[in-house]
Design a protein around this ligand. Sequence first.
Ligand code: CMC
Length: 429
Amino acid sequence: MSDESAKLTFNDKTAALARRTGTIGPEVVDISALYKDTGLFTYDPGFSSTASCESKITYIDGDEGVLLHRGYPIDQLAEKGDYLETCYLLLYGELPTAREYEDFVYRVTRHTMVHEQMSRFFTGFRRDAHPMAVMVGVVGALSAFYHDSTDIADPHQRMVASLRMIAKMPTIAAMAYKYHVGQPFVYPRNELTYAENFLHMCFAVPCEPYKINPVLAKAMDRIFILHADHEQNASTSTVRLAGSSGANPFACIAAGIACLWGPAHGGANEAALNMLTEIGTKDRIPEFIARAKDKNDPFRLMGFGHRVYKNYDPRAKIMQQTCHEVLDELGIKDDPLLEVAMELEHIALHDQYFIDKKLYPNVDFYSGITLKALGFPTTMFTVLFAIARTVGWIAQWKEMIEDPHQRIGRPRQLYTGAPSRDYVAVDKR
Ligand code: CMC
């Protein structure tokens, strides 16, 4: 027991809790032996104070509004890099050299097509199915098509599965979109960049040429970078937990997509735009602000607040700038939704309730408006988040599988149900 340990005494038992220090960020107290030493569990619903793993991938300082990937600030990556470079960084830990980048782009690009039989899978869904429902099903089904990359004990298969998911996610997402709108699927074109190819697969039609707009492609790429990873958020923790049992990576990513769908997480961009539409005009904003503050009303301002950021979300700043670039390029000047959004942002940033609770606009507040301007229906917004976050899920999953101390995730509970009692025959109840 060193002076560096925290001590916890409960009844007559004392546990020495080792102190662990990361490179930056709060120190942690290692409670893994607490139950053995004292018979106690800890209780932390929502994991507000619990580090579930050790990680070298992403760091967030919520109070300062800092987001680093492998040490690099998100604004530098978004300004100077591109999405596949960010993918390489997240997966391998370093920025690629020119040659490594070229090789990586080649390796991702040659996996962009999906097995032709998968296209028939889509027709099993109703046309009006939410594209996220389609994504959960089709991505999970990848494990039924790519048996040669499901052995998680083989590092080569792990990497092939990783590249396949990064490469195929835009193709699957675009197919979900095309099926939704009743247009034919468009095959990937490997001479295009990742973002250009995605826009092409979504918006090209066989009857006329589709011209890529470089400003919009750049915005798409930036949206992908901004959503690439966000340390141990709900969907990433879901992927890690699913993967901790040894499940194959395609199944784990499908679990992550299911978790992302919720409106408190990735579904917030869709919910934020729906909210702006519901507000409709600036004069109705006070009514909605009042509802957000009312304890008896479950309504929340979607796109505001964050579990970790108690300062401006650094992604939101870049997203706001990108949003304006897209609207300028498309000549959208008097968009009523944008007017409502800007006024809402202004009021919320100056309202005491939001100041006291440190509720700032998050990335989803601006991404919804941008994606709408790019031509996507709201139902596709969370799908785009899923494409971008795939690399984060994969990098975190790989890190966990490659950790020699990795064990199945198995939380404990505080049981408050009925104590042991005897079965009562049905005629005696
Ligand atoms: N509007 C009004 N009040 C809010 C909001 C909001 N958007 N968010 C939090 N609050 C209040 C909440 O009522 C609570 O008040 P009190 O202390 O009086 O009970 C206080 O702020 C703290 O909220 P919390 O629910 O304890 O915070 P949390 O960390 O559990 O929730 C959140 C974080 C993101 C789920 C929540 O802020 C929220 O529901 N926001 C809207 C949904 C949203 O935009 N989500 C996207 C998050 S960013 C993308 C991603 O990473 O997935």
